[in-house]
Design a protein around this ligand. Structure first.
Ligand code: ADP
Ligand code: MG
Length: 154
């Protein structure tokens, strides 16, 4: 497991950008943490790191935003408003979790039992004016990511 302190928003974005350099198609990354803990900020940093120049909005009613990037496709989910398990089936969300896409998921707890196992569980917690981050691998692919992240110069 990797732990670090993120003193400000820029640090959260920078960590997202570093993550962009170690991820590969097929990964499922879950973002845990209370409202305002920085999950969408991290998603923004990650998308910038992947070369996305546009605006990164919070996924709302559709629960998911697709980003088609040169290296990979990224689905950004936010299950904060997710209630009805039938919606999972009707929207065909299972098919989003495949070998060619990266899935980045806010509020995975709200779709527990439907989501596949995470390659990386990323947790943000309030710590003073900043945040504490932990990155926990759940699969061998996740372990390889954390390994590459730890080898990367700051
Ligand atoms: P969430 O998606 O978890 O609800 P957001 O990403 O929308 O949270 O962030 C909420 C606020 O937290 C934003 O105002 C952002 O600037 C701030 N923030 C993000 N990371 C940090 C950090 N490491 N330290 C202090 N503030 C942060
Ligand atoms: Mg958010």
């Amino acid at each position: 497991m990797l732990k670090m302190h993120l003193p400000d928003e820029a640090a959260t974005r920078a960590l997202g950008a570093r993550l962009a350099r170690v991820i590969a198609p097929g990964l499922a990354l879950y973002l845990h943490g209370d409202l305002g803990s920085g999950k969408t900020t991290l998603a923004r940093g990650l998308l910038r790191g992947l070369g996305y120049q546009g605006r990164v909005k919070s996924p709302t009613y559709a629960l998911v935003e697709l980003y088609t990037l040169s290296r990979l496709n990224l689905y950004h989910f936010d299950f904060y408003r997710f209630k009805d398990p039938n919606e999972w089936r009707d929207a065909g969300f299972n098919e989003y979790f495949n070998d060619t896409s990266v899935c980045l998921v806010e509020w995975p707890e709200k779709a527990a039992g439907l989501l596949p196992v995470a390659d990386l569980d990323i947790t943000l917690e309030f710590a003073g004016d900043g945040r504490d981050l932990s990155v926990r691998p759940g699969t061998e692919s996740g372990k390889a990511c954390v390994h590459r992240l730890m080898q990367m110069p700051l």
